[in-house]
Design a protein around this ligand. Structure first.
Ligand code: ATP
Ligand code: MG
Length: 367
């Protein structure tokens, strides 16, 4: 995957900007609040159909304007592609791919990009929803059918939650729950089987990378934690297991007005040499694991898509120590991954590394 051109019009603090990134490493240097993350955000939006910073698209429109545009021209397996996005202060996102209108959800899987930001260093010990978001973003980019299934599940769950509240408030009959349950179980089981397979693959890749990064420390392993299930999930009876749990939880689900079991509650767990990294890992071990995980995401997507995604490293260099920084830069250079790096200070990078850009007050210039 290679981005050839990024065009921003009235997008955040940009009025009219074109950037043609080099094939390898691109380093965007600038002081705080100059527009570095805004560039990364536009690419990430094109890849996943939403901003990683806000759920309100209108925030992307430059103050005082009505409409913002971001256009990304890229090569996917050597074939030219364009994604064009129009954001409005009043009105819904318009997305086009290669000139044709598409829905927001159809953006996912077109341009593949992986973002690594400082908050990802807390993936191991942070809240479970971060780990779920990580897994879902990775799998959705690798497999649009997975993403479609995930959207269906989320819709079914929201509908079921509304129904649960209505039953609680005496507005609906409890028997109508049985209309949703079989569909939800079928959908959840599909998601979980796919996630289990992906986590197994990811775990193998992460273990190999972590060995390389940490020079032979205890081997890391990732497993999928099925909420409410003890031990290694048995996929042959997943549907029956879910049905029993849903029935068991029904009473409390109605009282709470929410579905308390399902893939939206599942988690990932990380161990090194059999020890739980979240509970017992040192900060250094957790950071190495987080870095290995992010690099495994690149490799996972390469295996699924046939080439590496574009890598976005927003402000992450200053958070890594010298060794981890070297490992990361070494990996990017060795694998020849197109990378957009933002930083306030150029001293984190070896001289030869790539193309430098200067970012100042919504203007980007090549150095
Ligand atoms: P840091 O180094 O602190 O992360 P940065 O260079 O990454 O800074 P960005 O987050 O890319 O900074 O850009 C922030 C700038 O963009 C701020 O000056 C902010 O006021 C401006 N900005 C954000 N949204 C808009 C908008 N809708 N219209 C105009 N300017 C905006
Ligand atoms: Mg920033």
């Amino acid at each position: 995957m290679q981005i050839n051109k990024i065009t921003l019009r009235n997008y955040r603090n940009y009025t009219d900007q074109e950037i043609c990134p080099a094939p390898g490493v691109n380093i965007f240097l600038g002081k705080n609040a100059q527009g570095k993350t805004n560039i990364v955000e536009a690419v990430r939006f094109a890849a996943l159909g939403r901003s990683h910073r806000t759920a309100r698209d209108a925030e992307l429109v430059k103050f005082g304007a009505d409409e913002a545009r971001a256009k990304i021209e890229f090569e996917k397996m050597g074939v030219s592609n364009t994604v064009e996005l129009s954001f409005f202060t009043h009105g819904r996102l318009k997305a086009r791919r290669n000139g044709g209108n598409i829905r927001r959800k159809d953006l996912v899987g077109a341009l593949n990009a992986v973002l690594f930001a400082p908050e990802d260093l807390f993936l191991i010990k942070g809240a479970p929803d971060n780990r779920r978001r990580f897994l879902d973003a990775e799998m959705s980019q690798a497999s649009p059918p997975y993403y479609a299934e995930l959207l269906t599940y989320t819709r079914l769950m929201k509908q079921r939650n509304t129904l649960l509240k209505d039953i609680r408030d005496g507005l609906a009959d409890r028997r109508s729950l049985s209309l949703w349950t079989p569909q939800m179980i079928a959908c959840a089981a599909k998601l979980i089987r796919r996630r289990l397979a992906a986590v197994k693959e990811l775990s193998g890749i992460a273990a190999a990378l972590q060995q390389r990064i940490s020079g032979g420390a205890a081997e890391m392993s990732i497993s999928y934690v099925l909420h409410g299930y003890d031990g290694e999930p048995d996929t042959t009876h997943l549907e029956q297991w879910y049905e029993a749990r849903m029935r068991e939880n029904e009473e409390l689900d109605i009282i709470r007005g929410t579905t308390r079991i399902g893939p939206h509650r599942d988690d990932l767990s990380f161990t090194a040499g059999g020890t739980d990294l979240r509970a017992y890992g040192s900060q250094g071990q957790q950071r190495t694991a987080a870095l290995s995980l992010k690099l495994s995401e690149l490799e996972f997507l390469r295996q699924a898509a046939g080439e590496y995604p574009v890598l976005l490293l927003d402000d992450v260099m200053s958070e890594l120590d010298l060794d981890r920084r070297r490992n990361l830069v070494g990996f990017i250079e060795r694998e020849n991954i197109q990378t957009l790096i933002t930083a306030t200070d150029g001293s984190y990078f070896p001289d030869h590394i790539g193309k430098y850009w200067h970012v100042e007050n919504g203007h980007v210039t090549a150095e």
